[in-house]
Design a protein around this ligand. Sequence first.
Ligand code: S3P
Length: 195
Amino acid sequence: MTGGMTDNVILVGFMGAGKSSVGRILAARLGRCFVETDEMITAKEGRPIPEIFAEQGEARFRALEDEAVRLLALKRGDVIATGGGLPCRGGRLEALRAIGTVVWLSGDFATLYERALRGGDRPMLHGRTREQAEALYEARKSFYSRADLAVDTTTLNPDQVAAEVQKALRGWARPPQHWPPHPTLSPSGGEGTLS
Ligand code: S3P
C-alpha cells in the first residue's frame, strides 16, 4: 500500500478526539465511504454500546472489536473511525497499519475529557473519576503514538482537523512494510487492569 486510493484512512484517538465527526467530513471531502467500528458493532448486535457494556461487560465489547478489526481487512479506500479503546490492546494498532494509514487525532486531556463528557453516553467514563480517566488516557498514549501520522485537535474544530489530516496525508509516503499483511491478533497485552 502506498497511501493511494486503495489505502484506508484510519482514525484513532481518545474519546472526545472527534474521530466520528472528522471522519465523516474527511470521507465527504475525499469522496470515500465512511465506516465506524462502533457502528459495525451496534449494527451486528442490534443494541447500543452502553447496553452491551451494561449487560455483558467490557470483555464482550472488546471481543466484538476483535471481530470488527478482522472485517476491516476487507475494506479498500474507506475512511474508518475506531472506538477510543480499539487500538489499545496487543497487535491491534499493527493490524490497522497493515490495512491503511493510521492517523492519531490527539489533544490535551482536559480538552478531550470536556468534549467526551458533553458528547453522549460513554461507558468507559462511568464510575471513573477525572483522575482515573486521565490515567487511562496516559496509558493509551503509548498505543496511539504508534500511528503513522498525528494531528493535534486541541484548538481546532472538526472542519479544521479534517483539513489538517488531508494535508498530513498529502505529505505522507508509506515506508516499505516490515509487518505481515494480516498479523495475528493477540488477545493479551492490552490495557490490563486499566480498562
Ligand atoms: C471506548 C470508546 C467509545 C466506544 C466504547 C469504548 C473506549 O468510542 O468504542 O464506548 O474504550 O474508549 P469513542 O472513542 O468514539 O467515544
